[in-house]
Write a protein that binds this ligand. Structure first.
Ligand SMILES: CC(C)(COP(=O)(O)OP(=O)(O)OC[C@H]1O[C@@H](n2cnc3c(N)ncnc32)[C@H](O)[C@@H]1OP(=O)(O)O)[C@@H](O)C(=O)NCCC(=O)NCCS
Length: 153
């Protein structure tokens, strides 16, 4: 498996990766694709790297946090449901971190939800050394907090 920059022709494969997960809500899919489309259009606000093992099996989307000097947001990481548990997300995030360090990045912020569907994501961030920095109760819906992880690179 390699990690590489996004190519224009990857859009369909990325849609398939997102569709392989049945827990995303329609508005989440729309936002995820909006960011991918911005990256394809050449935005530097949203950058995408894909994991490719003969086809796209996952991607990470990140970008500089507006109004900060050296902070980046990790917006989305998704691995095809058929390719999970093999270190694809870890490889993508470590690739992103190495790239950000080389570019002078200082911190990475990640936001996620406390719902069950995001349990794998929370375990992933904990495993990769992203400490929980804040928790805003009832943020998404009653009983569903926003959790912010914040890693110093
Ligand atoms: C979260 C997600 C990206 C993980 O992808 P993955 O390629 O399967 O993850 P990896 O194999 O790289 O796992 C790395 C570590 O994360 C943790 N982890 C990942 N999935 C886990 C799960 N289902 N349960 C518990 N821990 C998990 C493990 O600690 C693992 O390390 P280990 O294998 O050394 O124990 C994947 O499940 C996914 O796409 N989920 C849906 C999308 C999503 O929620 N994205 C994040 C919010 S945008």
């Amino acid at each position: 498996m390699i990690v590489r920059a996004l190519a224009r022709g990857d859009r369909e494969a990325i849609v398939a990766v997102i569709d392989s997960d049945h827990s995303f809500k329609a508005d989440e899919v729309a936002v995820a694709l909006e960011l991918v489309d911005a990256a394809i259009a050449g935005s530097t606000d949203y950058q995408v790297r894909v994991a490719d093992d003969g086809g796209v099996c996952g991607y990470v989307c990140f970008g500089p946090t507006p109004m900060t000097l050296r902070t980046f947001d990790l917006y989305w990481v998704v691995v095809d449901a058929r390719a999970r548990g093999r270190g694809v997300a870890r490889t993508l995030i470590e690739f992103m971190e190495a790239e950000l360090r080389a570019r002078g990045g200082g911190q990475v912020r990640v936001e996620t939800s406390e719902t069950e569907g995001y349990g794998a994501a929370r375990a992933l961030y904990a495993r990769l050394g992203y400490p929980e920095a804040a928790r805003l109760a009832d943020f998404y819906t009653p009983g569903d907090a926003l959790i912010t992880y914040y890693k110093v690179l």
